[in-house]
Design a protein around this ligand. Structure first.
Ligand code: ADP
Ligand code: MG
Length: 715
C-alpha cells in the first residue's frame, strides 16, 4: 500500500547533535527560570522571600511579584520570547495554554514590552469550554489561573519563536479547583503536616517541607506516521478498533530490552535533549515488551513538579516523534493482542533535612520510624482500595488492567518476603509475653537487609514496595499522574494522622515509651490490614478467588470503579484534609463519567463509520471477485465447492448485523456509563470480530487499513 511505501522509504534527516561539544550538563535547565537564574537576577531579599514560599510553603509576599515578573520577563526576552502563557491542567488530563503577547502599543505608536506582577500571578483564560462537572456554568464568572510558585517557569522553543510558560493552578471565582494541579498542592500540604507529627515523635523537629516525590515510568508506542494517518481509528481515538492479530506477535520476547532501532534512538536523543533544556531529568530508556513499544523514566522529583514535567514529557515525545516521521501513541491499549502501556508511578516522601522516609535506614531507631511510615501506607491502601482503583479508571485503562499484562483491577500490596517477614515477626513478638525466637523488637533490633527491586521483580502487583519507595503500577500511560498522587498523598496523610494520634496518646510525651507504642501500633495495623498484602502472582485465577475470600474489592471496569470517588468515606477523607470539597469531588466524578462516555461514543461512531465505509465495501469487492470467478468457472463446467465465497458471505452478513446492533446500542447517544460498558463496548467488539475474520481471508490489496504486522514491525 501507499502507507507501506512511504514508511519503508523513510530517510533520516534533521538535527545532528555533538554531545562532546555541548554536553547535556551544559544544557540542563537552560530553558528554565530556575533557582540559580533567580538568585542571579533578583535582589537578595526578594530571592529569600520567594524561596521561603517555594521551599517552606509560606504565603507569597505580593510585594515581590512585580520584581520577579520583571526579572522573569527580561530573562524570557533574552531567550527570544515574544509571548507568555499561563499553563494549566484541566480535568481532561491534558495541558492547556493561552498565549499573550508582551507587546503593548503606546500612544506614540511604538510598543513596550510589558509584564507586571499581576500578570504573572493571575490570568483570566476564561476556558469556559473545559469540563467543570457542574461547578461553573458557562454564563458564570470566569476561571482564573494562579501562578504556582513551586513549579518553575520555562521557555518553549518553536522554529519560529519562543514562549514563556508559567505553570499555574486553575480555579473558579469562588476559589474551587477546576484543575488537576490545585489538589496536588493541597494534598502535599496535608501530607507534610501529618508527616511532621510522626517525625516529631521520633525526635525530629527540623523545619523542612516533607514533600511527596514521584518518578513516573512512561510506556509508549511508536509507529510510522503514514500508518497513523491511514488509520482513522488511531487518529481519532488513539487505538485500533480493528485489526487481526499479526502472524508474529511478542511471543519471542525479541523486542524487550533489545537493540533500540536507529530511527527510534535518534528520536530519543532529540526528545531527551529538549527535555534536558527544560530541566526534566530523563534517566532511563529501553525497548518494552510489545513490538514497537518503548519506555522512558525521569529521575524522581517532588510530586507537583513531577506532575508538570510528566505532562511536558508526553507533549515533547509526541512533538519529537513527528519530526522523525513517527506517531507516538500514549493510549493504554493501541493494539489488541500485544501488551498495552502503563505508567508506573514511583512514590515516596521526604525532605532535604529528613531524607527519604521510605528508606529503612541502618539503625534500629531509623528502622522503627521507617516501619511506621510503611505501615501507614499499608493501612492507607487497605482502607482506600476503592479510591485507588477509581483514580486509575479510564476507558483506555480498562483494556489493560486485568488483561494479564498489567496488574489486575484488584488493589493489593507487594511487600516482598523480607519485609513481610518483619511484620510477621513484630506481630509474633507482640503476641507472646516475652520476645521469643523469630520475633523482632522495634527500636532495638536492626532490620534484615531489604533488597532493592532490580527491574520488575513482581510485575503482577498493582502496588509494590521496591526497597525505598512504593510503585503504583496500575496507572495508565495516557493519564495525568495528578489524580493518583492526590489520592496517595491524602490517604497516607490520613493514615499518618491515625498513627500520630495513637502514638501521641500512648507515649503522653514520654519518649521512652515510644518503642513499645510503635510495636503495638504496627501489630494493630498489620492484624487489621494484612489482607491487602499479596506477594504472589496477581495474574493467576487463584488470586482472584483468594482476593474475593479476603474481601478485597475487584472493580473490573471504570463503570464499576468511578462510584468509589463519591462514597461517604472518600468525601469525608478529602474534606477533612482540605484537599477536595464535596462539590469539587462530585464535579470530578461527573467529569470523569462524561469523559468515559464520550470516549466510548467516539469509538462507537468510528467503529460504525469504518465498518460501513471502509470494511464493508472492501469485503463486498472481494466477495464480488470470488463470485465472478465461481460463475466463470461454473460456465466452463468446473465442479467445485464455494467454500471461501460462503465464508466471506457469512462474514459480510455478520459485519452488517453487528453494525446494526451497535447502531441500536449507541442510539441514545452513549450518555449512560453502565450502558456504554455493558452494551456499546460489547457491540463494538462483535463488529470487530467479524471484520478481523474478514481481514484474515480478504485479498491484501483490497483490505483498506494498514495491518498490525505493518504498523508494529516496519521501523
Ligand atoms: P524499575 O524499572 O526498576 O522500576 P526505573 O529505573 O525504570 O526502575 O524507574 C524507577 C523510577 O523510580 C525512577 O523514575 C526513579 O527516579 C524513581 N524513584 C527512585 N527513588 C524514588 C523516590 N524516593 N521517590 C519517588 N520515586 C523514586
Ligand atoms: Mg518500575
Amino acid at each position: 500500500s501507499a502507507a507501506v511505501a512511504t514508511a519503508s522509504s523513510y530517510e533520516a534527516s534533521g538535527s545532528r547533535f555533538d554531545f562532546a561539544k555541548t554536553p547535556s550538563q551544559d544544557l540542563f535547565g537552560s530553558n528554565v527560570f530556575n533557582k540559580s537564574e533567580m538568585k542571579d537576577r533578583l535582589p537578595k531579599t526578594v530571592f529569600k522571600s520567594l524561596m521561603s514560599t517555594i521551599d517552606a510553603g509560606e504565603k507569597l509576599d505580593p510585594a515581590v511579584a512585580d520584581i520577579v515578573a520583571s526579572a522573569m520577563k527580561d530573562w524570557a526576552l533574552e531567550h527570544g520570547a515574544t509571548h507568555y502563557t499561563h499553563i494549566f491542567y484541566p480535568l481532561t488530563g491534558g495541558t492547556a495554554e493561552k498565549h499573550d503577547s508582551f507587546m503593548a502599543p503606546t500612544a506614540e505608536g511604538s510598543t513596550l514590552s510589558e509584564f507586571s506582577g499581576k500578570e504573572l500571578c493571575q490570568g483570566e483564560p476564561d476556558g469556559s469550554s473545559f469540563p467543570t462537572g457542574g461547578i461553573r456554568a458557562t454564563h458564570e464568572a470566569r476561571g482564573y489561573t494562579i501562578w504556582d510558585v513551586t513549579s518553575p517557569a520555562y521557555i518553549l522553543e518553536n522554529p519560529n519563536g519562543t514562549t514563556l510558560c508559567i505553570p499555574t493552578a486553575f480555579v473558579s471565582w469562588t476559589g474551587e479547583a477546576l484543575d488537576k494541579k490545585t489538589p496536588v498542592l493541597r494534598s502535599m500540604q496535608a501530607l507534610d503536616a501529618q508527616a511532621h507529627r510522626i517525625l516529631k515523635l521520633f525526635g525530629h523537629d527540623e523545619k523542612a517541607f516533607v514533600a511527596s516525590t514521584a518518578g513516573p515510568e512512561q510506556e509508549y508506542f511508536l509507529i510510522d506516521k503514514s500508518f497513523y494517518y491511514a488509520r482513522p481509528d488511531l487518529l481519532n481515538s488513539g487505538r485500533t478498533l480493528f485489526g487481526a492479530a499479526p502472524p508474529k506477535g511478542q511471543e519471542f520476547d525479541d523486542h524487550y530490552f533489545g537493540h533500540i532501532p536507529d530511527r527510534v534512538l535518534a528520536f530519543m536523543f532529540d526528545a531527551e535533549r529538549e527535555l534536558c533544556k527544560l530541566g526534566v531529568p530523563i534517566k532511563t530508556r529501553h525497548n518494552e515488551v510489545a513490538p514497537g513499544q518503548f519506555e522512558l523514566a525521569p529521575m524522581f522529583e517532588t510530586a507537583n513538579v513531577a506532575t508538570d514535567h510528566q505532562q511536558l514529557i508526553m507533549s515533547v515525545l509526541k512533538k519529537t516523534a513527528d519530526k522523525y516521521g513517527m506517531a507516538c501513541l500514549m493510549h493504554e491499549k493501541p493494539f489488541a493482542g500485544v501488551n498495552g502501556s502503563g505508567k508506573h508511578v514511583n512514590w515516596s516522601l521526604g525532605s532535604s533535612k529528613h531524607g527519604n522516609l521510605m528508606d529503612p535506614g541502618d539503625t534500629p531507631h531509623e528502622n522503627a520510624q521507617f516501619l511506621v511510615f510503611c505501615a501507614a501506607v499499608i493501612r492507607a491502601v487497605y482502607k482506600h482500595q476503592g479510591l485507588l482503583r477509581s483514580v486509575v479508571a479510564s476507558a483506555g485503562n480498562d483494556h489493560r488492567l486485568g488483561a494479564n499484562e498489567a496488574p489486575p483491577a484488584i488493589i493489593s500490596i507487594f511487600l516482598g518476603d523480607q519485609l513481610t517477614d518483619v511484620f510477621e515477626q513484630i506481630k509474633n513478638g507482640a503476641a507472646e509475653s516475652s520476645l521469643a525466637k523469630g520475633t523482632l523488637a522495634v527500636g532495638v533490633d536492626v532490620l534484615p537487609h531489604l533488597p532493592k527491586d532490580a527491574g520488575d521483580r513482581n510485575r503482577t502487583s498493582p502496588f509494590a514496595f521496591t526497597g525505598n519507595r512504593f510503585e503504583f503500577r496500575a496507572v495508565g500511560s495516557n493519564q495525568s499522574i495528578a489524580g493518583p498522587l492526590v489520592a496517595m498523598n491524602t490517604i497516607v496523610a490520613e493514615s499518618l494522622d491515625y498513627c500520630a494520634t495513637a502514638l501521641e496518646a500512648a507515649t503522653g510525651g514520654d519518649a521512652s515509651k515510644l518503642n513499645g507504642a510503635v510495636q503495638k501500633l504496627l501489630t494493630d495495623i498489620y492484624n487489621e490490614c494484612d489482607p491487602i498484602i499479596f506477594n504472589g502472582n496477581g495474574y493467576s485465577d487463584e488470586w482472584h478467588a483468594e482476593a474475593a475470600k479476603r474481601g478485597l474489592k475487584n472493580l473490573k471496569t471504570t463503570a464499576d470503579a468511578l462510584g468509589e470517588l463519591c462514597t461517604p468515606e472518600v468525601k469525608e477523607l478529602f474534606s477533612k484534609y482540605s484537599v477536595l470539597s464535596e462539590r469539587e469531588l462530585e464535579s470530578r466524578y461527573e467529569t470523569y463519567v462524561e469523559q468515559y462516555c464520550l470516549t466510548v461514543k467516539v469509538e462507537a461512531n468510528l467503529t460504525k463509520k469504518i465498518a460501513r465505509t471502509l470494511l464493508f465495501p472492501a469485503a463486498i469487492r472481494f466477495q464480488n471477485e470470488l463470485a465472478s470467478t465461481c460463475a466463470a468457472l461454473k460456465a466452463v463446467g468446473y465442479e467445485f465447492d464455494t467454500d471461501t465465497l460462503d465464508k466471506v458471505t457469512a462474514l459480510v452478513k455478520e459485519l452488517q448485523d453487528g453494525t446494526t446492533t451497535l447502531a441500536k446500542a449507541s442510539e441514545g447517544g452513549c450518555e449512560d456509563m453502565r450502558q456504554c460498558c455493558d452494551e456499546v463496548l460489547p457491540a463494538m467488539l462483535a463488529v470487530r470480530a467479524a471484520a478481523d475474520k474478514l481481514e484474515a481471508i480478504c485479498a491484501d490489496d483490497i483490505w483498506p487499513l494498514p495491518t498490525y504486522q505493518e504498523m508494529l514491525f516496519i521501523k
